[in-house]
Design a protein around this ligand. Structure first.
Ligand SMILES: Nc1ncnc2c1ncn2[C@@H]1O[C@H](COP(=O)(O)OP(=O)(O)OP(=O)(O)O)[C@@H](O)[C@H]1O
Ligand SMILES: [Mg+2]
Length: 264
């Protein structure tokens, strides 16, 4: 039997099977009082991909990330991760998931009174049974990865803004989470430090990390993402590969790509 090329193209699966999905949001609704933020946000994050989330200021990108880690509770909808609906978990159940989903927010969020090494060791001491020598080794590996070799004994105050962010990134991911959520990690960085942080994220990508990258920095997102999602009026307006987003004829998508909607 002959298969036409059209039919084989049409039969290409548009949604991946569950085993390839790391995280799925289904019809999330969220309002703060009168202010409706999410009106049915749905998307899948595939294993091994970086998905960038664009949207104008105040469209609810951070609330998406905060909902995933349980800092906000959607009014309705599901957030599926490892067979569980995260929106239904109790605070106590959520604690174990916090080690599997890392949240890298603006600023390094390091403990001021702890050295870089102590900051990075902290999650390992809290959540693993690794021996001190193993912890030390892991911290050193991580510092090498973020170009901060030999910064072990420095206090956060002694670090540049870029180094603080990279150290914050390292601490967030040292437990090797299944999913990493980045909320504008390059905001406030000069071009050199932005580049270094992106390089670090690219290196992590080579190691197979899965993550959502919220940013107003469109070129940065294009550089590190597999797919892009754009949040407009409480819904995912479009979600597609970087290539297709760049080529899109949709005026709204074009305005993002050209930077016209790149407001912060
Ligand atoms: N805890 C809260 N209480 C009340 N309103 C909130 C709360 N958190 C967020 N909002 C509102 O929800 C909307 C979406 O906020 P969010 O921070 O997700 O926007 P954003 O897309 O991340 O914007 P930006 O790009 O400026 O960071 C905003 O109008 C914000 O004021
Ligand atoms: Mg935000």
């Amino acid at each position: 039997m002959k298969a036409t090329s059209a039919s084989s193209a049409a039969s290409a699966p548009s949604s991946k099977s569950d085993s390839q999905v790391a995280l799925e949001l289904k019809d999330i609704h969220k309002a703060f009082g009168e202010k409706i933020v999410h009106e049915g946000v749905s998307f899948q994050l595939k294993k091994g991909e970086i998905l960038s989330l664009f949207g104008g200021s105040g469209t609810g990108k951070s609330v998406v990330l905060r909902s995933i880690i349980g800092l906000e509770k959607p009014d309705s909808g599901e957030i599926l991760f490892e067979g569980k609906d995260l929106t239904k978990l109790t605070e106590r159940e959520m604690v174990s998931f916090r080690t599997k989903i890392a949240y890298v927010f603006q600023g390094g969020a390091l403990f001021d009174s702890l050295t870089v090494e102590e900051n990075l060791s902290y999650p390992l001491k809290e959540h693993t049974r690794l021996k001190p020598a193993e912890i030390r080794k892991k911290v050193d590996e991580m510092l090498e990865l973020i170009d901060m070799k030999d910064s072990n004994d420095l206090l956060p105050d002694a670090l540049s803004g870029g180094m603080q962010k990279r150290a914050g990134l390292a601490r967030a991911i040292i437990l090797e989470p299944a999913v990493i959520l980045f909320d504008e990690p390059t905001a406030g960085l000069d071009p050199v430090n932005t580049h270094r942080l992106l390089d670090n994220i690219k290196r992590l990508k080579e190691k197979g990390i899965t993550g959502i990258f919220v940013t107003h920095d469109i070129p940065a997102a294009f550089e590190i993402s597999d797919r892009i999602a754009i949040l407009v009026k409480g819904k995912i307006h479009v979600i597609d590969t970087v290539e297709n987003i760049k080529a899109s004829q949709d005026p709204l998508v074009q305005s993002f790509v050209s930077g016209a909607m790149n407001n912060s």
